[in-house]
Write a protein that binds this ligand. Structure first.
Ligand code: C5P
Length: 322
């Protein structure tokens, strides 16, 4: 009692945002940088609200976690194709029993969740999120790190030289045109993901390093849009949701930390930086508000878990009967 109002409401809409952020989100909702084509019949507002089980099954059935392999065009005709892993990520990694997805949210600061996070068999982290110095709150184990092409290309993140990226397997992604084939994307990446990939592989040839097939990000996007009552931003989902779905394909059970904010909710953007912006938690470029609605609807854990631990519990695809 009195608590339910304080955890994420799964009907969050852009008109519940403050003035500034609402305008930014609306601006992105009408922009269409990646040429998204809306599919399906009728208006978005008339669709039935699916149950948790139905949403999970949609995700399992309609989203393929695919990574690039050297046999795919246009890579197969390029000399560096041999740097790509010969097998899919999903056949090389896991299966794991219990997994943790650690969002980079500021609300992880002073959470004391580190021990719990490290008890999981595999831990996924994002972008430049460090463990060193923050072990008490975020743990120290890194099994997989999901990084976006912007982080790979930015000078500040020292992607090629920093030891931050050297533990576990790396998985990279780049916002691709909506209906592009691999060749169109290759010629028009958002950031130079392939140049940076080749450079990194030369310096760290032994570290497993995968690139997500761009189809994956838009399949996840479609699951969000099809289940929301209003148009969402026509930009790819945030790393947070992409990583969560990735882990659902590798693990029996997935625990996501501070994606749905706990009682520690704060405008501090990341636990590792002194920068404040509500857009980090509510989204601007990414349809993050709607990603959180979807995750809240699929959550198998309690609202109390969200409130105290910022913890959501999702079943792995292998354990689901659809
Ligand atoms: O900022 P970055 O993308 O590296 O953070 C990783 C993920 O954590 C985000 O994609 C988002 O899903 C989640 N996040 C969040 N709230 C924040 C910061 C990050 O939900 N304040």
């Amino acid at each position: 009692h009195g608590l339910l109002g304080e955890v994420w409401d799964d009907e969050m809409s852009s008109n519940m945002l403050g003035n500034r952020l609402r305008k930014v989100v609306q601006n992105y909702q009408s922009m269409n940088k990646y040429g998204v084509q809306l599919s399906g019949p009728g208006g978005v507002s008339s669709r039935p609200k699916l149950s948790s089980h139905e949403l999970l099954c949609q995700l399992k059935d309609k989203v393929e976690v695919t990574t690039l392999t050297p046999d795919l065009q246009p890579f197969s005709s390029l000399p560096w194709a041999t740097q790509l892993p010969p097998n899919q990520l999903t056949s090389d990694l896991g299966p794991y029993r219990s997994c943790a997805v650690v969002s980079s949210a500021g609300s992880l600061r002073y959470s004391g969740l580190g021990k719990e996070i490290d008890t999981h068999d595999a831990v996924l982290r994002f972008n430049a999120a460090p463990t060193s110095g923050y072990e008490k709150d975020v743990g120290s184990k890194t099994t997989i790190r999901l990084i976006n092409s912007q982080v790979m290309a930015s000078d500040d993140h020292r992607f090629l030289s920093s030891s931050l990226y050297s533990s576990g397997a790396l998985v990279a992604w780049d916002p691709a045109p909506f209906s592009a084939d691999l060749t169109q994307w290759f010629n028009r990446t958002d950031y130079p993901i392939f140049t940076q990939y080749q450079r990194y592989r030369r310096v760290h040839p032994m570290q497993p390093f995968y690139i997500l097939h761009p189809r994956f990000e838009w399949q996840v996007w479609q699951r969000i849009q099809d289940n929301m009552a209003e148009p969402i931003q026509k930009n790819p989902p945030s790393s947070g949701l992409l990583g969560t779905v990735l882990m659902m394909s590798l693990c029996e059970v997935v625990h996501v930390y501070e994606f749905l904010p706990s009682r520690r909710k704060t405008e501090l953007c990341h636990y590792y930086q002194r920068f404040f912006d509500a857009a980090c938690t509510l989204g601007a470029y990414h349809p993050l508000l709607y990603e959180k609605n979807l995750v809240k609807r699929m959550n198998q854990g309690s609202n109390r878990d969200i409130y105290t631990h910022g913890r959501v519990t999702l079943p792995g695809f292998s354990t689901m009967n659809c």
